[in-house]
Design a protein around this ligand. Structure first.
Ligand SMILES: Cc1cc2nc3c(=O)[nH]c(=O)nc-3n(C[C@H](O)[C@H](O)[C@H](O)COP(=O)(O)OP(=O)(O)OC[C@H]3O[C@@H](n4cnc5c(N)ncnc54)[C@H](O)[C@@H]3O)c2cc1C
Length: 394
């Protein structure tokens, strides 16, 4: 437990994947860190698959390698994918990406979210410059001359030179700073579940664009798949109310039986799908990372990858600030970070939103054009490489 008036160089609010990665990256760079998390950290178990998984790009893998957790994650349980297949239910458009064509061994890995979290926390626990405050919520912030005073729900207080908001889409820090967020509700739900298919997933990340939203099958290490089925709210609620057998049949059908018959192995969990972009990623003595700054449609699996890129850029900018004897919360450096990351994330958000809208359109000429565009990309190596590079995080 912290004592009243505890002091810290950097306080990170939120120990999700992004907050924990930021803590480890900045602790390795020599800063004193306090990590505040409202909930217990979900533990990874070798016996049971965690339902939430992420497609981790090569750039994110490199970050995890650099901060010393990738080997452990890899040794425990990951699934590499070497191919991506994307096709349109309302036409003949098809995109096929292969690692070998791009001169890499794989395009990315599918990893359980709690495995990433657990491995980061394990490393952090061994570090003398990291202090944990778990199971307590931040309640208010007061700006002082040389620091920000954070007040927790249990009454404890922390004085911090810099505060990092990694507290997710509903970020309290963002709200306490008065930063608005531009939001668009897709009025869609993403249904997540684990399934076994009668045919091999062939180390491929599959995605079919249906008129009601994209359906993805992501390959897992034991041969099963994690699915994300995005659908309009009514359709999703109908799907959630089906019994397991009927749901599995509809799922196989919606996927054109590409992987044969489907057997449901887990409960189905639903997530509301939203686009959000904070109007600024920094304020006085504060920066925003991960979903606290930006939230993207999961169709291209980019959310946490964008968050990890925030971590890479923030670590590099804070290192630079300290090399130039500038304070940790120097507004010039914080604003530079915020501008750079917002430009990058906005591009990704606009791209994903554009793809979502183009595939949601039922207008004939839009359907024809997107199918033509897919075929064009598929046949032009330069264009194809551009999309592969984005997926790899280059
Ligand atoms: C269906 C689905 C599939 C996805 N698939 C992918 C994928 O394949 N690849 C990918 O890159 N991304 C994917 N994403 C996105 C990815 O899951 C998110 O971008 C990522 O989890 C965000 O991490 P975060 O650490 O920023 O936020 P969060 O995971 O939301 O963590 C925030 C943390 O802050 C804590 N917190 C909140 N408020 C407070 C407070 N006041 N005080 C203290 N603590 C607080 C919370 O308890 C939480 O632990 C997917 C998302 C969905 C919905």
């Amino acid at each position: 437990m912290v004592k009243k008036d505890h002091r810290s160089d950097i306080t990170i609010v939120g120990a999700g994947m992004v907050g924990s990665a930021a803590a480890l990256s900045l602790a390795r760079a020599g800063f004193n860190i306090t990590l505040i998390e409202a909930n217990e950290i979900p533990q990874w178990s070798a016996e049971e698959y965690y339902l939430r998984v992420s497609a981790i790009s090569l750039a994110s893998e490199q970050l995890l390698e650099d901060i010393g957790v990738w080997q452990q994650i890899k040794n425990r349980r990951v699934s590499s994918y070497e191919h991506m297949r994307v096709w349109d239910a309302s036409g003949t458009g098809r995109l096929e990406f292969d690692a070998a064509e791009s001169g890499v061994a794989y395009l990315g890995h599918i990893v359980e979210n709690n495995l990433i979290n657990d491995s980061l926390i394990e490393q952090l626990q061994g570090m003398s410059n990291v202090r944990f405050v778990i199971g307590v919520r931040l309640s208010s912030m007061t700006w002082l001359e040389e620091a920000v005073q954070l007040r927790l729900e249990n009454g404890d207080e922390i004085r911090s030179t810099l505060v990092i908001a990694a507290d997710g889409d509903n970020s309290s820090v963002r709200q306490l700073c008065g930063i608005e967020s531009s939001r668009h509700d897709y009025l869609q739900t993403g249904i997540v579940a684990r399934v076994r298919t009668s045919l091999s997933h062939n180390s491929t990340a599959w995605q079919r664009f249906l008129p009601s939203g994209p359906l993805a099958f992501l390959p897992l290490a034991d041969g099963s798949c994690s699915i994300v089925w995005s659908a309009d709210q009514q359709r999703a609620s109908d799907l959630l109310s089906l019994n397991d057998e009927d749901f599995s049949k509809q799922l196989a059908d919606a996927f054109e039986n590409q992987l044969g018959s489907v057997e449901l192995l887990s409960p189905r969990v639903a997530f509301p799908l939203m686009l959000a972009n904070a109007n600024s990623y920094s304020a006085e003595r504060v920066v925003l990372l991960g979903d606290a700054a930006h939230r993207v449609h999961p169709l291209a699996g980019q959310g946490v990858n964008l968050g990890f890129q925030d971590v890479i850029d923030l670590t590099s900018i804070l290192r630079e600030a300290s090399q130039h004897q500038r304070g940790l919360a120097d507004p010039l450096y914080l604003r530079r970070f915020a501008r750079r990351r917002r430009a990058d994330a906005s591009l990704m958000l606009a791209g994903m939103d554009g793809i979502q809208r183009v595939f949601a359109s039922k207008q004939q000429f839009v359907c024809k054009s997107r199918n033509l565009a897919m075929d064009l990309i598929n046949q032009l190596p330069v264009l194809k490489q551009f999309f592969v590079n984005r997926a790899l995080g280059n």
